[in-house]
Design a protein around this ligand. Sequence first.
Ligand code: BV8
Length: 233
Amino acid sequence: MKNKVCVLTGAGISAESGIKTFRDADGLWEGHDVQEVATPEGWARNQELVLKFYNERRRQLKEVKPNEGHHQLLRLEESLDTVIITQNVDDLHERAGSKQVIHLHGELTKVRSVKTPSSVYHWEDDLQTGDVCKDGGQLRPHIVWFGEAVPELERAIDHIVDAHHILIIGTSMQVYPAASLTAYAPDYAKIWYVDPNPQINYELSRQSDRLRILKGPATTKVKEAVDFILTAS
Ligand code: BV8
């Protein structure tokens, strides 16, 4: 039976593709107040601003491409049972060729009806007020905003519970419940953390005996982590 790897990625794996992270000095949060653009209250208060914020980010997808960090993960997928659990809403993992990708916080290239959350559509262009679903509901970004539930969480946990390796790449591990996922890993799982500025949150601090940090950018350190995991499997 092949070893299983769960790869937990955040904004940092897309940084070298040119997509700003949230917490870097000039990150998205600086550009916009999260309460205004990534909460249901912000949507209710100023729908146009939220639509504009996500239109800008959806347009940017057409100008960026996956980097070596995304590509190196395919080496894992060729040999091991690999699931990518990402907090990112970009489509760079899919465009790099990854097959099993769970988007915990939604996807920029999807929209859904405000009336029927299960009515989800692929959407690549700008979304405007008046773009409605056949149920008459305004279409909104298919994104998990702060204060909204994370529907894919159970599916992610189901993969973590029997993983032999957890590879964390480019996330500050501060946003919950995504940041708590390593706690569901079995005792035998090794945890690898690729990040130039790794943040050891509460869950990771209790797993330090099996945590290996590879301090540095995704484009160079993901290859090293993949080499270690393939050798150990
Ligand atoms: C929920 C979509 C309940 C939006 C996102 C107080 C304490 C604890 C928790 C809370 C609290 N108050 C509120 C909460 C809950 C809240 C939360 O965790 N808040 C945080 C801020 C404290 N969570 C929620 O609201 C979640 N929902 O709890 O619901 C509920 C339950 C049932 C029913 C109803 C409700 C929903 C959270 C999801 C929010 N949506 N994204 C969008 O993208 O527009 S979160 C968003 O921010 C991202 O998706 C991502 O998850 C997060 C950013 O985190 P990172 O990806 O880690 O990015 P960051 O910039 O932080 O870090 C980048 C890392 O990359 C750094 O470590 C950096 O060093 C590294 N890096 C930089 N360059 C490179 C690199 N790494 C490698 N290579 C490089 N070159």
